[in-house]
Design a protein around this ligand. Structure first.
Ligand code: PMP
Length: 384
């Protein structure tokens, strides 16, 4: 371990004690892969039910598929001109300027370059615990520390605590709305309070990967504050409702200054031509987005009714996944589901007795519920 690492650790411990929050010192021995969802074994047949990564089982819009088929026309050329067209289309969708938009290799790249741009030694990334941890994992690459702020008793972001966690040393405050893995939202009123006044010392990164699934009238996208809060970055993705997780495209919307700061850490010409074609077609097919939302939210409601019927405790979700209490350590259960060729979400250590399950097709959810009733019989779930 180097001198630098030692002193950063000590710094983290001191600040952590002062804050009463969990400060995560960089641990370069822990690979980013450790945070990944359980995977189907390499080379296995395709009959697995994959409810582990919050993807959309229905895939892209037919118009996007059609566009991909024709992408051989652009395959031989660098994608820069096409990137500009996608940036313009995204800017138009959100009523902002192209200079406000940056593309990423999934929104994962947005989180990574935000960490690279706004963190560094002795700067903190502030995030809820639990949340999508990539932002904390990437913080380690930026030689930074994370401050984890536990969610409230009803599993929601504690924005008041997050606003001050890390003090002046907070470089980035990550708000995942809806939150992965809990599926809960930050309400419009809570966000309003948080932005009055907006913390000035840190960049506020609002990750809206699951925005499209929200039905709750108390929710508002961070776009409500765009232009009023200068240090705001909003991340969106084509991986969820658009059904293109394997094709890798996401984006950030922020001020031109923040976009420039983040873009320095990006690859040049980093988006492949086929996904750009698909994205243009997808943005043009908003009816498909509405249809996916209706289908997946309908299946989520069915899943929740079945959990209720069994008397299982679950967290009401505004996203395409649901967390429920399995009454004991979830890790051995994850393996039992794997034996039945069903992949479920990974263990989130601070909620070790809870399982996160992605909403699949109705047939997949029926198979999941049948397996659940075998693996965690109703009686033992009730006793929990
Ligand atoms: N943000 C959240 C909240 C996520 O859950 C995920 C992936 N599941 C991502 C970002 C990254 O997704 P992608 O890189 O595919 O856009």
């Amino acid at each position: 371990m180097s001198e630098g690492t030692l002193s950063r650790r000590r710094f983290a411990q001191t600040i952590g004690a002062a804050l009463g929050a969990a400060v995560v010192a960089p641990d370069f021995t822990k690979s980013l892969g450790a945070l990944a969802a359980p995977r189907q074994p390499a080379g296995s047949a395709g009959e697995w039910i994959e409810l582990n990564s919050n993807e959309n089982p229905y895939g892209p819009s037919p118009k996007a598929l059609e566009a991909i088929t024709h992408s051989e026309r652009v395959a031989s050329r660098y994608p820069d001109a096409k990137e500009r067209r996608v940036i313009e289309a995204i800017a138009k969708l959100h009523g902002v300027q192209p200079a406000n938009v940056m593309l990423g290799c999934g929104s994962g790249e947005v989180l990574r370059v935000a960490d690279m741009a706004f963190l560094g030694p002795d700067k903190f990334a502030v995030a809820a615990e639990p949340t999508f941890e990539a932002v904390l994992a990437f913080a380690r690459v930026a030689h930074s520390n994370g401050v984890k702020v536990p969610v409230t008793a009803d599993f929601r972001h504690d924005l008041r605590a997050m606003a001050t966690a890390g003090g002046e040393k907070a470089g980035l405050i990550y708000i995942c709305n809806p939150n992965n893995p809990t599926g809960t939202i930050v309400t419009k009123d809570e966000m309003s309070d948080f932005f009055q006044p907006a913390p000035k010392h840190a960049v506020i990164l609002v990750d809206e990967a699951y925005h499209h699934f929200v039905d709750n009238p108390n929710y508002a996208s961070a776009f409500e504050w765009f232009g009023k809060v200068p240090n705001l970055v909003i991340a969106r993705t084509f991986s969820k409702v658009y059904g293109m997780a394997g094709m890798r495209l996401g984006y950030a919307v922020a001020s031109p200054e923040l976009i420039r700061a983040m873009s320095q850490h990006k690859l040049w010409s980093g988006a492949n031509a086929a996904v750009l074609e698909a994205a243009l077609a997808s943005l043009d097919d908003q009816a498909h987005v509405a249809d996916q939302k209706r289908r997946l939210n309908g299946t989520r409601q069915w899943l929740c009714k079945e959990l209720e019927r069994d008397g299982r405790r679950y967290i009401p979700s505004e996203a395409n996944f649901v967390m429920f209490d399995v009454g004991g350590d979830v890790q051995p259960l994850i393996r039992k589901f794997q034996e039945k060729k069903i992949l479920v979400g990974r263990k989130f250590p601070s909620m070790g007795n809870w399982m996160r399950i992605t909403v699949g097709t109705p047939k997949e959810m029926e198979a999941f519920i049948a397996a659940l009733r075998e693996i965690v019989p109703v009686k033992s779930a009730r006793a929990a």
